[in-house]
Each structure stands twice: as C-alpha cells, then as structure tokens.
Design a binder for this molecule. Structure first.
Ligand SMILES: [Zn+2]
Length: 162
C-alpha cells in the first residue's frame, strides 16, 4: 500500500516588475518604498508591507524590532493589524511584501515567516476570501501567490477546535 501524499501549489514568477499589472506594480512600489520607515536597528533588515483592501484603501506596515527580540513584530502583521483596526470588516485583497537589506542585497523575493503565514490564514478565514501575495525585493523577480493558504499546508485553524 502507498500511504504517501503530496502537497504542491502553483505561483507566478515574473522576471522583474515590468510585466506586472499597473495595480500590482503600484502596490509593490508602495511596499518597496515603505521599507524606509522600518525600525530594524538590530537586523538591519528593513521589511515593508502594503495592503490593498477591497474598498481600494491602502495600508502600509513595516517591521518594528525591539531590544527584547521576541517583542518585535513583522511588517506583514503590522499592516494586517492596522488594516483591521482602521477599516474593520473590509476584506484584504492583496498584500505586497518587500525589504531592503542594509547588510547585503535586496534583489530576490522573500516570503512571510511562519507566524505571519498563520496570521494571514486567520485573516483569510475571517473574511472568507483569499489574500493574494506579491513578493519581491527592491529589484529582481516577483512572485505572485493566489492565496496565503498555499504557504501553509495543513494549517491549524478554528475548524480544528470544533
Ligand atoms: Zn513574519
């Protein structure tokens, strides 16, 4: 008997931002630009997130580090919390994530950390709509992922507590 299972997903990989739609390009540029507002004196790894809400509003977030390291919070969760607080009940359409590595290069996409994937999943469940992701550095490839769920197979959710 074969007990093996597989999990995989498709995503788009653009060689650079020139082939993006105008709307996606604008959101990515917001994420790239807002990295300048990050507070990351310890890692020197400035991350920026820009969220496009269903009502057309734009909400930005950056990573906020702390001398007590675990107190720091990622740009994605800052932006999600701000969106939910400023625009309650309005669904998140797309989140763009970029970074500026002050110690190295910033030309490859990064993807959200585990806690942020869990958080994105909770927001998707709340709004019952997928959240698209646009991932890129300051330059170079751009990944587009159709739903945050793809980044966290077998996610733990409220369903599991029933
Ligand atoms: Zn994170």
């Amino acid at each position: 008997m074969d007990f093996s299972k597989q999990s995989s997903f498709e995503y788009l990989s653009h060689p650079d931002s020139s082939s993006l739609s105008p709307e996606d390009l604008q959101l990515l540029q917001e994420a790239r630009t807002v990295t300048a507002q990050a507070y990351a004196p310890y890692s020197k790894f400035n991350v920026g997130a820009a969220i496009l809400l269903e009502n057309g509003a734009l909400v930005r977030g950056t990573n906020q580090e702390n001398a007590s390291f675990p107190a720091g919070i990622c740009a994605e969760r800052v932006a999600l919390s701000a969106s939910s607080s400023l625009h309650p009940g309005v669904a998140v359409n797309t989140i763009a994530v970029s970074y500026h590595n002050l110690n190295g290069s910033s030309d490859a996409p990064i993807s959200p950390c585990g806690i942020c994937r869990q958080t994105l999943s909770e927001y998707e469940n709340r709004q019952q709509q997928p959240i698209r992701l646009i991932l890129s550095g300051q330059t170079g490839k751009v990944f587009i992922i159709q739903t945050a769920r793809h980044l966290l197979p077998m996610v733990f959710s409220a369903e599991d507590m029933k």
